[in-house]
Design a protein around this ligand. Sequence first.
Ligand SMILES: [Zn+2]
Length: 260
Amino acid sequence: MTRWACAFCGPTDGKRTKEHLWPTSLYRRVLALLDGGEQKFWVARLDKAISNEPTIRDVCAVCNNGELSRLDNYICQVFDRDFSVIRERGEKVALEYDYHLLKRWLLKMSYNSARMSGSDVPVFQPLLPYIMGQSLSAGRSVKLFLEMTYPSEIPSEEAQVGMPTTVRPVVNRVGFVGYETPTGMKLVRAVHLRSFSFLLAFLPPAASAASMRAFVEEFLSSRPAARELRASMSQVMLHCDGIDCWTSLTSGMTHRLGFK
Ligand SMILES: [Zn+2]
């Protein structure tokens, strides 16, 4: 068999697998949770998004069925316990997490999304040993934040007959979120698991501890409802008051499962 390069483990003559961005296990969970009012609207959009979504064929069966599927299993467990529940605005939220399993999975999703859309793939190369669980220190230049997305009213000019008048964060999405800095708007990657919006900031791998702290401070002052998740902690408390669901869905920063 010809040798080829697996996106996660490099040169191999193993079997190629074909993948959609979202693990089937998670996609099925979201579909099962949609209630009657949301069903008609979202199922059609999800089906369309999934059928239009490119697949990737650059992951070997060993990675896919081994380490990567272990990460998927972890996320499905937390999904069933926490992410499945839509939170209301102002609600107090506590999330228990395994920092590295969570961050490795979020990076895997972001890397898959980047390869599918042909965007910033090279930034993920130094992170592969981290994603694969071979080196925890290789992930330290990525800062992880959580911010909650809350249900919001659909503006009257956008409302459609027979549709709910509020939009709730019922689906999972991958995209970007902007934040203000003194030098202008910057973007961080975002993975939204229903109400839970995880934000990933990629700092230079050689960044000093002081410059990382300065970044975190600047970021949190621009997004006061967000919290940093840290390796030394296993729980975070925050209020559901971060991102307006309608704005998030329509901001054009949602690349995968594109809702236009
Ligand atoms: Zn591989």
